[in-house]
Design a protein around this ligand. Structure first.
Ligand code: PEP
Ligand code: MN
Length: 337
């Protein structure tokens, strides 16, 4: 439920309604949209009599929020959210470009890639330390050592680091060491993990599950936000369809759809969406053209010998030329890179 107050309503009058709603057991979320106050009601609104609210002369309108997600809903937060991370940000006019290898393999590998992508204009460094592999016999990541190597790369380049968490056992370490905590597609509905991440104040990069609807995706963001952490960045990374030529099918329409439904920033992962290095460039261009707030791209200095996802990784040289194209596209969208 959303209560929209008349423009001239005093804070004192707003507080009175707010208290009343809280007494009825609702969590009340105050929103200042333009010149008027709005009150978003969360929780069980069954005890509220809509007629009594409408009878209040300071109330202009009462809207029933149909969608099950509230804090992620644009109705509750009409402005786009911008997540600040160090000197950088995700959302707003500047496109966020996250680049780096699928997995951290060695100090020289991660530092070399980090230096190169930074030079080309990337704002964040990605690199998996804990890898969710389909087969238990495949490379599982360097784990703790991988985190240490990411920290070295951050120290050398100043790039904030983005890496995936797979278990709450590592939460304290991630809070300490990582700038943006990634939740992978396979854990999008690991609700216990989401709730724990919701108790932190870390930016969370939440990837769409491979069979998740947009509503399920937003409900996962809601799990994090309902615990207090509203610093959520959504990532469309392709969904599973009947098509087998590509690793997944990039759901490009999900970007404008989510931006209509939610105020959270949405970025796109053309690497996992396609599974093919030569498709990264066209899909990255398409993503920016449909309004994505940024990209997460796999870049490897030796794709043919990568321990994971070499087939979908672009070289630093290709990344550099892609950044030049994206700069022009960003300008068309009234954005910068
Ligand atoms: C990744 O980004 O490293 C990854 C495993 O992606 P996803 O969770 O989207 O499959
Ligand atoms: Mn990968």
């Amino acid at each position: 439920m959303l209560i929209i107050m008349r423009p001239e309503t005093s804070q004192n009058e707003v507080d009175k309604i707010k208290e009343k709603m809280e007494d009825l057991g609702c969590e009340v979320y105050e929103i200042l949209g333009g010149d008027r106050h709005m009150l978003g009601l969360l929780g069980d609104t069954n005890k509220i009599d809509p007629h009594l609210i409408k009878a209040n002369r300071n109330v202009e309108q009462l809207i029933h929020v149909r969608e099950p997600y509230k804090k992620a809903n644009r109705i509750f937060h009409p402005e786009d959210s911008i997540i600040n991370i160090g000197d950088g940000s995700i959302g707003g006019e500047k496109l966020a470009i996250i680049a780096g290898p699928c997995s951290v393999e060695s100090e020289s590998q991660i530092v070399d890639i980090a230096e190169k992508v930074k030079k080309s204009g990337a704002g964040f460094l990605r690199g998996g330390a804990f890898k969710p592999r389909t087969s238990p016999y495949n490379f599982q990541g360097l784990r703790d050592e991988g985190l240490e190597l990411l920290k070295i790369a951050r120290e050398k380049t100043g790039l904030p680091i983005v890496t995936e968490i797979m278990s709450t056992d590592y939460l304290d370490k991630f809070i300490e060491d990582v700038d943006i905590i990634q939740v992978g597609a396979r854990n999008m509905q690991n609700f216990e993990l989401l709730k724990e991440l919701g108790k932190t104040d870390k930016p969370i990069l939440l990837k769409r599950g491979m069979a998740a609807t947009v509503e399920e995706f937003l409900m996962s963001a809601e799990y994090i936000m309902s615990e207090g952490n509203e610093r959520v960045i959504l990532c469309e990374r392709g969904i599973r369809t009947f098509e087998t030529y590509t690793r997944n099918t990039l759901d490009l329409s999900a970007i404008p759809v989510i931006k209509k439904l939610s105020h959270l920033p949405v970025i796109v992962d053309p690497s996992h969406a396609s599974g093919l290095w030569w498709l990264v460039e066209p899909l990255a261009k398409a993503a920016i053209s449909v309004g994505a707030d940024g990209l997460i791209i796999e870049v490897h200095n030796d794709p043919a010998n990568a321990k994971c996802d070499g087939q979908q990784s672009i070289t630093p040289e290709r990344f550099d030329s892609l950044m030049k194209i994206l700069e022009k596209l960003a300008a068309i969208e009234n954005k910068t890179i």
